[in-house]
Design a protein around this ligand. Sequence first.
Ligand code: ATP
Ligand code: MG
Length: 440
Amino acid sequence: MTEILERFLVQRGHLVQTFQRADDALAHVRKQAVDLVLTDILLSGMSGLKLVQALRDRPDPPQVIIMTALEEINDAVEAMRLGAFHYLLKPFNMGEVRIVIDKALERRRLEREVSELRHEVEQRYEFANIIAKSQRMLAIFDLIRRVAPTNATVLITGSSGTGKELVARALHVHSLRRREPFVSVNCTALPETLLESELFGHVRGSFTGAIADKRGLFEEADGGTVFLDEIGEISPLLQQRLLRVLQEREFFRVGESTVRSVDVRILAATNRNLHEEVKSGRFREDLFYRLHVVNIHLPDLQERREDIPLLADHFLRRICRENSLGEKTIWPDALERLMSHDWPGNVRELENVLERAAVLTRGSAITADDLPLEVRERGPRVHIADALKERITLEELERRYIVALFESLGRSRTKAASVLGIDRKTLYRKLMKYRAEGHL
Ligand SMILES: Nc1ncnc2c1ncn2[C@@H]1O[C@H](COP(=O)(O)OP(=O)(O)OP(=O)(O)O)[C@@H](O)[C@H]1O
Ligand SMILES: [Mg+2]
């Protein structure tokens, strides 16, 4: 059978490799790009279903066609669920083979095209794992590109979940220190004394439990970058120690009096307003200015809603890939909810919501019903300030106001029409339209 098929396909101009064992075939596909795999379902070496899965899980996966007898038809169906393109029921003739193969290759061409286009879009809207297309974020990409290769200390600010850590990593990866260590320290993770010894190291016997000399993270990071996360939380004593590092690149190990020096670049992040902390005396002003050489401020997600579809798509694809959930899409009603939610937890919240939805949804599309209540509920968000920030159209402003008003008046059309100063028929027409669009 292998020989007959090979001869037939070569005649039709295809480049063909044949294998008697599934694992040999898989090894070949791992080495060389292959457009199409034609395989029996009963194989030696590994099961046909395993093979389909292994092939379809590959980056740039080949199309797979299964050859099967009627008794194994259930396996063929399962194979298609795992991503096989089609099956050929034995006995088959060469006419059928030709048709199925031509179709599979056409599909292969389309899959490639889609993935290339997607890649292109991602390239344009991705920078060191940060996904964004909003003007404000693109300006930040620009800033990162310019600041990264310098040794400038950077203070990264923004609310929780806006991507501060991602920015810190991007700064390191695009710096000349990229091959040296990137050491990230969460300043809230440890009490003061432990944090001090963690950062600067200690000598044996300097405190109970210090059974040997230990290098601190600043020494570990020598030549590289230290990222001080949640810097707003550190104690006055550590603020003083850090100031010395920033000014002189010098420090002492705990319990030691010889001064040590390091070559590190310092990045810091906080979700506090350090200006306020300085004013109220909780944060040293001199340290603040040393940290604040360059400031990168990440806007809240609700101030850059145009990033939401891109981020949602990115997270969904990643989650589905990591959990072998197959491809899923987001329905317009769900996307509309994602776009209008306020996201107090910012990008992290969006990521969590999609993770939950991807796992919970029964179908291959996420609908508004798969979203948590606080996202699904449409709050009346019609502040003019919001409208200004989002630059929404007059039509949308009108819609949000009418829907919110209508709801707040217990869905009375008469009352709503009289408050709006329009006649009931006009209002009715608008409400029907909103309902058809899923806003009501
Ligand atoms: N623009 C983005 N593109 C892709 N992923 C993002 C983006 N912004 C944030 N994320 C993801 O959201 C999550 C939170 O980001 P990150 O940890 O960098 O936020 P943070 O500002 O440090 O938050 P916190 O103040 O709570 O520590 C991470 O999983 C991160 O990968
Ligand atoms: Mg963080």
